[in-house]
Design a binder for this molecule. Sequence first.
Ligand code: UT7
Length: 325
Amino acid sequence: MSIYSRILGTGSYLPPQTVTNEELAARLARDGIETSDAWIVERTGIRQRHFAAAGVGSVDLGEQAARRALESAGLSPQDVDMIVVATSTPDMIFPSDASLIQARLGCAGGAAFDVQAVCAGFIYALSVADQFVRSRMARNALVIGAEVFSQILDFSDRSTCVLFGDGAGAVVLGPSDQPGVLASALHADGRQSGILRTPGRVSGGKVSGRPFLEMDGQAVFKQAVHVLENVAREVLDKAGRASASVDWMVPHQANIRIMLHTAKKLGIGPERVVQTVALHGNTSAASIPLALDSAVRGGQIRRGQTLLLEAVGGGLTWGAALVEY
Ligand code: UT7
């Protein structure tokens, strides 16, 4: 009998420190950099973000999100035989965040690895875990998105440093004879790697190249609206569904304009789009599971509903998943 993978539980964690646009603008002004709450809200929809304290990393955030997801699934760490972490800001070059989180949870033995697809990372990780669960290579998989982008922001670059925040979200995927992940699609175009990147690397004991996020915002914006609509239609087609059957779109939370524009193209009204960008900013691979968990816990998303997840990020990478929750 064929099986599906289903979301058994969700969890998320945000570091306690919030930084409002006004607070960030005041901080930048001390270095002679001008920005404003009005600009940030109008161009992105972001009103505040969370920043992790010094010394707090993506493993710390991811562990908390994972524990909450397990609790909501009614499972213990010992039930987990696979951990996939989507992150571009891991604690170490190696071992992976997934291995480090596995050790924290005390569930050694199963597979554990990271997926690096930047802001599309959670869709990639979910899709990988879905294949493992459906093929019975794994039973219960923890899929985590965890990021501390505050650590790679250049606070002298106002065009990027106002956009990102820190956080983590997680889901537990397990086997079911009822539909769960209905379809997913992943894509990349490496020719566009230059429009969004953090080019620095460690070599000979030193960082060589700039270890800060760089983005051509307009180029990414243009690509985003194009590829997100296409990949959303692709997963709907694969699943044989119309966009009218989508109860909630749970998009990557980069920019409210991109999210609502894509939804509109698909015929999905703003009231059916989960929107957390105002409170979280862009948390890269963490943004979809954070948005999902907040809508589940807020009572918006309910069991049996159809969810459309989609994201685009550095690489260029993009993807979507259609999920029956
Ligand atoms: O998560 C991965 C995917 N990433 C994305 O989806 C991001 C996609 N891109 C975007 O969301 C938008 O391009 C941004 C929000 C990054 C920028 O919005 P925009 O409407 O494309 O603005 P822009 O880059 O065209 O800049 C407009 C103006 C410029 O000034 P001039 O040249 O018109 O005089 C910028 O210098 O706004 C200026 N500007 C700012 N002003 C105040 C740029 N950053 C700021 C700022 N505060 N923080």
